[in-house]
Design a protein around this ligand. Sequence first.
Ligand code: GLU
Length: 250
Amino acid sequence: MTVKVRFAPSPTGPLHIGGARSALFNYLFAEGKGGTFILRIEDTDLERSSRESEEGIIDALHWLGINWNEGIEVGGENGPYRQTERLATYQEYTSKLLQEGHAYLCYCSEEELEQERQELIARGETPRYLGKCRSLTEGQRQAFETEGRKPVVRFKVPEGQQIVINDLVRGKVMFESDDIGDYIIVKSDGIPTYNYAVVIDDALMKITQVIRGEEHLSNTPRQILIYEALGMKVPDFAHISLILNTEGRK
Ligand code: GLU
């Protein structure tokens, strides 16, 4: 299979050293294998993202001599390559997930979620969403709508499943689905979360290896569950170590 990898920065600041390293690894891997290297911009954090940061990152990559064959600036058959321009595509898959019962609308307020969190912490349990809105009746849903509540979309995490990642760097890493609460895939303003948009994009862009920083390892089981729910092929993952300073911070 032809190698297809990507660097997918969030334009929330300048290119940092860890990002430059991820970009370099992806670039070299694609070059070495005669594959394709994509640059995709993950700008779904509307408050923190800016075009200035995006331009800064692109300039920094050019300065480093890292070139891409598909994506921002150069185009390609899987565009657009900026996530805020792909909202209609995410919506299509959200409808599918809702229809097939893999996702549901949740109307819980911040206060209700905080209360649940505090209760779990008090009991010594991992704070997570316990699925209060999993099986709302149409009447309850209507009542929330009438109250003016705006729902988020949550992914329905299957119970009792072991999620195994054969990471190309770290080897076999296992997670239990029961430790993961039903997570938000679309916010109340209709904008997808990172864990959701990244899956749709990596799948549609036919990414073969996801090479990224280790800080994303704990996101990977959440992403795998979405690939499986949509019947999409799960790529290989390679989580590379972080670059830390002498205090052990990023
Ligand atoms: N936008 C994410 C970041 O900048 C990319 C993570 C990924 O490569 O999946 O951390």
